[in-house]
Design a protein around this ligand. Structure first.
Ligand code: SF4
Length: 623
């Protein structure tokens, strides 16, 4: 009530004011401050709103007041500050064709993940079921006060294309199904808080039907013999994990023992299948759903990328591909057991760009055989060489997890983590070397410090790096550092800049809206493929010579509702202006058509801009 009173008086309620109000209230009630922790306040409000209508009515909350309250109580506002709420889901444990030295071997997870990473713990609790994972995440996001009308789905886990095709289609179908159902559990099923305004029947359906759908699913796993009891999971996995840790069993053989030979997992696999017709029906439904998919990301290895795998990935609705590159130095790749050559990595970049995907590469510093100087050269090559140049990078320092083969190298003294000074030096130089069209999305893995035997344990590593980079007086151009975040953009002050660069098979134009202080309010990636290259591979590609490609359009602003004009950057026509400029450029460069790799939930937007559905993409004729 006191928070509402402050808001009614027109006072800003930031975190400091919130602490003050809460402390006063706790003192008055003789209660512990913990009982009024910020994370509890919004769920409390949601519960009263859903379950105690008279009490809620007595508070006199208008829609505007509610909007302010949700903004004040929103947890981790950065999570949706880029305009989109992200849901990360994990596929079930699966063998991997490689056995990289640094890769953890947690038998409860797909290779390279640890069961106590937050998304992994959620996945395991939900039996790696895509529907249940989305439902849990939608619920949590709603409880934290985030709008969930625009969702980016990030599918992590084993190498995507190594999973059976029918599993891939099923997994993605269930993601769409959960979003179409609005699978939010509990009091936060109130869609007014979690998404745009909906009708009373929608609200009733959401509140009444969905928890049952979730319960039915859980029961189905339990009928197969797959449970989520933490102690039971630990007990089952422990002897196999011990054998893996002792080097007696590989991850793949452990997987065969725990899952391949398990009647429970085989029974579940039998129904984890779907066909493309059902997926396409769910995708069409999602075009108008309350929670629309505005981006879908999968994770794979460069050697698993070929035209046919990309065609399927695209049909699933994918718009971005994450791939582990780690190094572009053949010696380092070989020393670390990557089992891939740099030509194959370069080919993956070529194919991804021609197919229109946004390319998100993982790069790792401090691998076996690396030095700080070699790492600087390696990263510089990744972000500037025509063969690579990713759109986004996860820049991780290598950290030793005891279950990785790297442990033996550490024990023999053949590998050591960089000192903090060495590591900061490398990362600062990497950040400064990153071009304006590239975004460094992360700098550490979600490993808990207990899991890290050697290597960086500081969760605020990125902050340390950025502070030092800013202090050195050279501009930081990478995108994440410059994002406008939740601050409103003044359209009169924005200017449209164009950054041109060349890759081995395209000319790229990165168009960006920037503020006078260099902040970025939106951007577009335009690819102009080399016609000769496309003609040479005509039989393999879904595009023809003379067709340009919009690979990404992103406009920042808080995750505003799709139908509301709220003054944030998403609604200022910045996206439309970017698209029109891209069409002008492509036309002037002699391209006759332009494709856009739209997400399912943005198809309507592009239709309104004159694009028509055309196979894997949406297309506009240029003249
Ligand atoms: S390819 Fe990826 S998942 Fe497989 S072993 Fe290497 S790092 Fe791990």
């Amino acid at each position: 009530m006191h928070i509402l009173d402050e808001l009614r008086r027109g006072r800003a309620v930031d975190d400091r004011a919130l602490v003050r109000i809460v402390n006063t209230q706790a003192k008055r009630d003789g209660a512990e401050k913990r009982a009024y922790a910020k994370r509890r306040l919004l769920p409390f409000y949601q519960r009263v709103r859903a379950e105690e209508p008279e009490r809620w009515a007595s508070w006199g909350v208008t829609p505007e007041l509610e909007r302010q309250l949700v903004a004040a109580l929103r947890m981790k506002p950065r999570r949706s500050a880029s305009g989109v709420a992200t849901i990360t889901v994990i596929t079930k444990p699966w063998p991997c064709g490689s056995d990289c030295l640094y890769c953890p071997n947690d038998v409860r997870m797909p290779k390279s993940y640890l069961h106590d990473e937050p998304a992994c713990a959620r996945a395991e609790q939900n039996r790696f079921d895509p529907y249940l994972q989305v439902s849990a995440r939608l619920t949590a996001l709603a409880q934290m006060g985030h709008a969930t009308d625009k969702i980016e789905l990030i599918v992590l886990g084993g190498t995507w294309s190594d999973y059976p095709r029918a599993y891939q289609v099923w997994f993605v179908s269930e993601l769409f199904r959960a979003l179409n159902d609005g699978a939010v559990c509990g009091a936060s099923a109130n869609p007014r808080l979690s998404a745009g305004p909906v009708s009373a029947p929608d609200l009733t359906a959401a509140a009444a039907g969905l928890p049952e759908a979730v319960a039915r699913r859980r029961a189905r796993y339990e009928a197969c013999g797959i449970f989520a009891d933490a102690a039971e999971l630990e007990r089952t996995a422990a002897p196999v994990q011990a054998a893996v840790d002792a080097g007696e069993l590989s991850y793949n053989r452990a997987h065969a023992r725990l899952y391949g030979a398990s009647s429970a997992w085989r029974a579940a696999s039998a129904w984890q299948e779907a066909d493309l017709a059902e997926l396409e029906r769910l995708q069409r439904e999602n075009e108008r759903a309350r929670h629309r998919v505005v981006g879908l990301v999968i994770e794979t290895r460069p050697d698993a990328i070929d035209p046919s795998s990309l065609e399927l990935i695209r049909r699933l609705g994918c718009t971005k591909v994450q791939m582990g590159v780690q190094s572009t130095d053949q010696r380092i790749l070989d020393t670390n057991g990557r089992g891939i050559d740099t030509a194959r990595i370069a080919r993956a970049f070529d194919l991804l760009r021609i197919f229109g995907f946004k390319i998100h590469a993982h790069a790792m510093a401090n691998l076996v055989g690396a030095t700080p100087e070699a790492d600087r050269r390696d990263y510089l090559r990744l972000v500037t060489d025509r063969a690579y140049q990713p759109d986004e990078v996860k820049l991780y320092p290598c950290a030793l997890i005891a279950s990785a083969r790297l442990d033996a190298y550490f024990e023999r003294g053949e590998w050591r983590p960089y000192t903090e000074e060495e590591l900061l030096g490398v990362l600062v130089d990497d950040v400064l070397a990153t071009p304006a069209f590239c975004r460094i999305s992360r700098m550490i893995r979600d490993f808990s410090s207990d899991d890290i035997k050697a290597g960086n344990k500081k969760p605020n590593l990125r902050q340390l790096v950025e502070r030092r980079a800013a202090a050195c007086g050279r501009p930081v151009r990478e995108i994440r550092y410059r994002e406008i975040g939740s601050a409103d953009a003044d359209p009169a002050e924005l200017s449209l800049e164009e950054v041109a660069y060349e890759t081995s098979n395209t000319r790229e134009r990165f168009l960006q809206w920037v503020t006078p202080s260099g902040k970025i309010a939106g951007f577009l990636r335009l690819s102009l493929p080399d016609p000769a290259y496309v003609e040479r591979h005509a039989a393999e590609f879904p595009v023809a010579a003379g067709e340009a490609m919009i690979r990404e359009v992103h406009v920042y602003g808080t995750a505003a509702r799709l139908h509301e004009a709220d003054g944030s950057a998403q609604h200022l026509g910045l996206g439309r202006a970017l698209v029109e400029r891209a069409c002008e450029i492509a036309c002037a460069e002699g391209y006759r058509k332009i494709n856009v790799i739209s997400a399912v939930g943005t198809r309507g937007y592009y239709r309104a801009l004159g694009f028509h559905d055309n196979g894997l993409y949406q297309r506009r004729d240029l003249s």
